[in-house]
Design a protein around this ligand. Structure first.
Ligand code: PLP
Length: 404
């Protein structure tokens, strides 16, 4: 039987301090000890169930981490203040000066900028490759390579990484496969497909209410403990700690993720099919025309669909901007970066979330300036949404009346 991660979320059960159905929120940065010896043992990591200081861990953060580990099917997880806090601490933990990373050339702009501009300051170099070509990944591996890094569904081009194949390559060379699964929570379970470390920006679908940033690292207990180690753990020493109040609110939102993902996927599939019929160059992993469709299908947890992200190309940045402004005016969504909200969000990645990537490289990877990235919302009547979007498209002249 296929692994169903959400079943693990539904099995979680908590009792608050006073018998509440939600765990009590830990509202302290520091914790008292009745005996000095226990404090020492806790510092050394040898006192199960004791807390020392909230940058290290807090009950609320541990509850959220536990739920996310259950969702991804890993032994443990460590939450972070942002997705970038999770990504950077993982890479700083796994790599030393002189090490090398093979990374997909289409990743979130912040991740790209970190690897291209920041990590070299610490002697960590990266080769960017087309992740959909395993032979290129293999060819880029060097003696000093430590990590293969990719997004399961890439931002913004929605390229699909063949995770079992990448896992085979990384295992054969004793590398770590680190996968950012932000675009496809529940639909894909990278750890089950061979990833060593799974990362999410919780800011997006998982929290789902665009009211906070957050991140998580899911992996083995050993790796998560390494990250939190007081002597050389990147999460402990770089300090990207999530606040307990936020951890508690994200945990509550996580419980409806499975329902939301199904609706995001249904709505995105509907719009993707319509946009494609209208003649737009439409990229959505659920469309058979997507080069990674079969790869996604073989990896997916079917009931959650192909996710809520799609792109269309409307020909030019001016047209993209005009259309997005009009759609926002007509209450069809927001002209905003980020993803995973109840409302549709749209932006032109070339000038926003991927603007860190130099223009020539954007062109090389197929990131055209007329590209609009949509994070499709939870609309109850998506056909009405489509009709109104179509009117906007006709009004700005990217859709001819005879195409309708
Ligand atoms: N990973 C992906 C795929 C993203 O799209 C983003 C942000 O857009 C991040 C990581 C970074 O997450 P955060 O903004 O929570 O730091």
């Amino acid at each position: 039987m296929k692994y169903k991660p959400a079943d693990h979320i539904q099995d979680l059960q908590y009792f608050g301090e006073f018998g509440g159905v939600n765990p009590s929120i830990s509202d302290s940065s520091t914790y008292t000890f009745l005996s000095a010896k226990t404090m020492f043992d806790t510092f050394e990591g040898n006192a199960e169930g004791c807390y020392l200081y909230s940058r290290h861990s807090s009950p609320s953060n541990l509850y959220l981490g536990e739920a996310l580990a259950a969702m991804e099917g890993t032994e443990a997880a460590n939450v972070a203040a942002s997705g970038m806090g999770a990504i950077t601490s993982v890479l700083m933990q796994l790599c030393n000066a002189g090490d090398h990373i093979v990374c997909s050339r289409t990743v979130y702009g912040g991740t790209y900028a970190f690897l291209k501009n920041f990590a070299p300051k610490f002697g960590i170099e990266t080769t960017f490759v087309d992740i959909t070509k395993p032979e290129m990944v293999e060819a880029a591996v060097q003696k000093n390579t430590k990590v293969i890094y990719c997004e399961s569904v890439s931002n913004p081009l929605l390229e699909i990484a063949d995770l079992p194949v990448l896992a085979r390559i990384s295992k054969a060379r004793d590398l770590k496969l680190v996968v950012d699964n932000t675009f496809s929570p529940l639909s894909l379970s990278p750890a089950k497909l061979g990833a060593d470390v799974v990362i999410h920006s919780l800011t997006k679908f998982i929290n789902g209410s665009s009211d906070t940033v957050g991140g998580v690292v899911c992996g083995t207990t050993e790796f998560i403990n390494d990250l939190r180690n007081v002597n050389d753990g990147a999460a402990m020493l770089l300090g990207p700690t999530m606040d307990s109040l936020r951890a508690a609110s994200i945990l509550k939102n996580l419980r409806t993720l499975h329902i939301r993902m199904k609706q995001h996927s249904l709505n995105a599939m509907h719009l993707a099919q319509k946009f494609q019929e209208n003649g737009f160059k439409t990229v959505y992993p659920g469309l058979e025309s997507h080069p990674g469709h079969e790869t996604f299908k073989k990896m997916m947890n079917e009931s959650y669909g192909f996710g809520g992200m799609l792109t269309i190309d409307v020909g030019s940045l001016d047209k993209a901007n005009e259309l997005m402004e009009l759609m926002q005016e007509k209450n069809l969504g927001y002209l905003a970066v980020s993803l995973g909200f109840y409302k549709t969000l749209f932006s032109a990645p070339g000038t926003s979330t991927s603007s860190e990537i130099p223009l020539e490289e954007q062109m090389e990877m197929g990131l055209s300036d007329g590209l609009i990235r949509f994070s499709i919302g939870l609309d109850n009547d998506i056909s009405r949404t489509y009709e109104r979007m179509k009117e906007c498209m006709m009004k700005v002249g990217v859709l001819a009346t005879e195409m309708v």
